[in-house]
Design a protein around this ligand. Structure first.
Ligand SMILES: Cc1cc2nc3c(=O)[nH]c(=O)nc-3n(C[C@H](O)[C@H](O)[C@H](O)COP(=O)(O)OP(=O)(O)OC[C@H]3O[C@@H](n4cnc5c(N)ncnc54)[C@H](O)[C@@H]3O)c2cc1C
Length: 384
């Protein structure tokens, strides 16, 4: 397949942010090329909790979560040591594996008319005032007028995110399990957030009754407990027997857990007048919201849809998009980062746990403030 041609928008990365932008551009009959590094669908480290905002965007893009078998989640169980609190969620969340979700969205982008180039990674990007050069290593390089950079946590040479100020000492892990029938039944309908020394975990069902255990732990705590998945799980179970019960008789579905390091939580792209026009940063490339205290998938979908709609109205004016998206997500990222810092420490965990018990409504309100605002979404969903 030819790489890009003149006038074609090049989307680098076919995750949620890139694929959502491609759907909208292709629907509007714009030529779009998506370059996705993975040759086939694969799992990604993620809690796989779809908030109402993410669901709204997915419906808007024509993705049917029922048809994909997404689970339904209406309660939050907060677990710390031997204590538990259960509260209703203000919406019905859904659980779906990233392997299924990302593939469905990428296929949708293709069905809308995007060209998809899979199994190829962009090596580097360089910009001048008129063009953006894309280097694909042995597959050659080519110039594009407009590029949507949506490579998630992976930086591309030439366009690395300046993440020195972000908090990046957390390690993320994900493992899917087939739980024992009784445990699966008790988990059904809830997301369990487990606070433990140095981190927190989320446990919930995704499609086909599979349970996803996803956790974030500080590097220091991981090293302290022995630097292996087995020793980490043992130490969490010692501290929180609830998780031990859930995993009793569970069958792990991956050979080893997926992991991710140096996640720059709190990063927000600082746009300025000098930045090159035509280069739009989406998803985790524009802002990284801490997991469990915020929802990166809704930011990925919002930024993808917003970038495409601004491109359709204003062409290559990336700075208009970056300023808009920054004002849409800044508050959520700041608040989620502060919350994240709090729940990483024993004293902070205790405070959050007690406040959740005493004022569940207040905690629900704080959680609402970490989500993408309705007005910001409406400006995309109901754009003239
Ligand atoms: C531990 C953890 C738990 C999380 N839990 C949740 C949760 O429960 N709910 C939620 O809403 N969010 C959650 N998130 C956040 C969410 O996973 C991300 O914010 C979201 O995936 C970002 O989407 P994206 O499209 O920007 O990037 P990605 O989904 O990472 O997609 C990027 C794509 O680009 C491709 N790519 C990368 N480099 C190249 C290259 N050089 N050339 C071509 N292609 C390339 C990749 O293969 C990938 O498909 C969590 C994150 C972490 C770390």
């Amino acid at each position: 397949m030819r790489p890009g041609f003149k006038g074609e928008v090049v989307v680098v990365g076919g995750g949620l942010a890139g694929a959502s932008a491609a759907c909208i551009l292709a629907e509007a009959s714009r030529p779009v090329l998506v370059i996705e590094r993975d040759a086939t669908a694969r799992e990604k480290v993620c809690g796989e909790f779809l908030s109402i905002e993410a669901q709204t965007y997915l419906t808007y893009l024509g993705i049917g979560l029922d048809a994909l078998g997404a689970s339904r989640i209406s309660r939050l169980r907060l677990v710390r040591k031997s204590n538990r609190i259960e509260v209703g969620l203000p919406f019905v969340a859904r659980g779906l594996s990233r392997r299924v979700l990302d593939e469905a969205l990428l296929r949708k982008a293709e069905a809308c008319g995007s060209r998809i180039l899979r199994g190829l990674a962009v090596r580097s990007i360089s910009t001048d005032h008129t063009h953006i050069a894309i280097d694909m290593g042995p597959r050659g390089s080519f110039a594009a007028d407009s590029v949507f950079l949506a490579t998630g946590k992976h930086d591309v040479r030439g366009e690395k995110r300046p993440t020195a100020d972000a908090m990046n000492d957390l390690i993320g892990f994900k493992m899917h399990y087939r739980l024992a029938p009784r445990e699966r039944q008790t988990l059904d309908g809830a997301v369990e957030v487990i606070l433990f020394r140095g981190g927190y975990a989320g446990l919930q069902l995704v499609e086909q009754g599979i349970a996803n255990l996803c956790l974030a732990v500080s590097r220091q705590s991981f090293e302290r407990v022995g630097k292996s998945w087995g020793s980490l799980l043992d130490s969490i179970v010692d501290e929180c027997p609830h998780l031990g019960g859930r995993l009793l008789g569970a069958q792990p579905l991956f050979e080893r857990p997926l992991s991710i390091f140096q996640i720059p939580y709190g990063f927000l792209h600082a746009s300025d007048r000098q930045e090159p026009q035509g280069l739009f940063r989406l998803g985790d490339q524009v802002g990284v919201i801490p997991s469990f205290t915020g929802e990166g998938m809704s930011i990925a979908l919002h930024s993808g849809c917003l970038a495409a709609s601004i491109f359709l109205d204003h062409g290559r004016a990336a700075s208009i998009f970056h300023q808009r998206v920054k004002s849409d997500i800044r508050r959520s990222i700041r608040l989620a980062t502060a919350l994240n810092q709090t729940v990483r420490h024993a004293a902070g965990q205790q405070v959050v746990f007690h406040l959740s018990r005493l004022w569940p409504a207040a905690m629900r309100h704080v959680a609402t403030l970490t989500r993408v605002r309705e007005e910001a979404m409406n400006s995309v969903l109901f754009a003239p």
